[in-house]
Design a protein around this ligand. Structure first.
Ligand code: ZN
Length: 331
């Protein structure tokens, strides 16, 4: 099945891809219209008038309008996926469904984003990223804040719940990795899986380091969680996987195997670098990618820390903390 055929099949099931532009490096984001009762939008795109216009015109091509939306389901709390939620709710009175732990975070969006940024700065400092890079990144992040918005979640979801989107029954699947609250919607009848950024065909998703979902101290082991999540997704007999960016995925097993293999390859590369000499996360990222743009610094750091976590878990590497920075060294 080609990606075009996958979109056609999904459309026959009443699921339509709506693609809207974003100001972010990732490019356009996919929202999905699920027709029926309740008329549902999965993700909304960033908070901007242009997005609203784009959604409105794509909805009208299917005979619907923003005001008709009855339910918004959220895959994960990144600005490009949910920024417009509040405005759509103001127009339509739609319910908002999201994983329960997201409710509190989204209600107080600016404060939560500030906390996440402060957390990221601390992670960067502890992993050897120069202060000026961390500060520049924090500025970039707060300048993006306007593309998001606070959201009142009216329907809290848990892993394993059933939820009706349009005329179809979906199972809610919590699959952390890219974010701590990545939420997949699985239509077992249609063998269609809506995944947000859990899987993307043309780029690998960053397993972003974050604060633990349960509010505990420390940070997530995002790559370890992500690998676990991908292995669970691999088991699903999905025919069509609808991602948050780019084209549908029609062989998710092959894609997941490729992603797992490349994670493994990078892990070995990182192990060789650490064996050569003890290095900070920043030094590892630089050894692999060179000097990256400021906006990419936290993403690449998340990648290498994720790989190092696996090496620590395997007992091949340990963290040496000199009180200022953490260095990884071979055991
Ligand atoms: Zn995204």
């Amino acid at each position: 099945m080609t990606p075009e055929e996958a979109l056609e099949q999904a459309a026959l099931a009443g699921i339509h891809r709506l693609s809207v532009d974003t100001p972010f490096r990732v490019g356009p984001v996919n929202c999905y219209l699920v027709e029926g009762d309740p008329l549902t939008l999965v993700d909304t795109g960033p908070n901007s008038g242009t997005t609203l216009d784009a959604l409105q015109s794509q909805l009208s091509a299917h005979g619907h309008a923003i005001d008709d939306i009855e339910l918004i389901a959220i895959t994960h709390p990144h600005l490009d996926h949910l920024g417009l939620t509040k405005i759509i709710v103001e127009h339509s009175g739609a319910e908002v469904a999201a994983l329960a732990p997201l409710a509190e975070k989204l209600k107080d969006f600016p404060a939560d984003a500030d906390e996440e940024d402060a957390f990221a700065v601390e992670i960067m400092r502890r992993n050897g990223i120069p202060a000026e890079v961390a500060e520049a990144l924090q500025l970039v992040s707060s300048s993006f804040r306007g593309w998001g918005s606070a959201v009142d979640v009216t329907r809290e979801l848990a892993d394993g719940d059933s939820i009706r989107l349009g005329d179809r029954e979906f199972e809610v699947q919590h699959r952390p990795g890219h974010s701590t609250t990545d939420t997949l919607f699985w239509d077992a009848d249609g063998e269609i899986l809506i995944v947000g950024d859990h899987l993307i065909a043309h780029i690998s998703s960053n397993p972003l380091i974050s604060r633990p979902l349960d509010g505990s101290e420390g940070r997530t082991r995002s790559l370890i969680e992500y690998v676990e999540s991908m292995k669970r997704t691999r088991e699903l007999p999905a025919k069509i996987v609808l991602p948050g960016h780019g084209e549908p995925i029609t062989d998710h097993v092959e894609l997941i195997d490729a992603r797992l293999a490349s994670i493994q390859r990078r892990e070995e590369k990182i192990y060789r670098l650490i064996k050569e000499q003890a290095r900070t996360g920043y030094e590892l990222a630089q050894a692999i990618w060179g000097n990256v743009a400021v906006t990419q610094a936290f993403l690449t750091l998340s990648e290498v820390i994720g790989n190092a976590d696996v090496l620590v878990e395997e007992g091949r590497v340990r963290e040496a903390d000199d009180g200022t920075v953490i260095r990884y060294e071979a055991t």
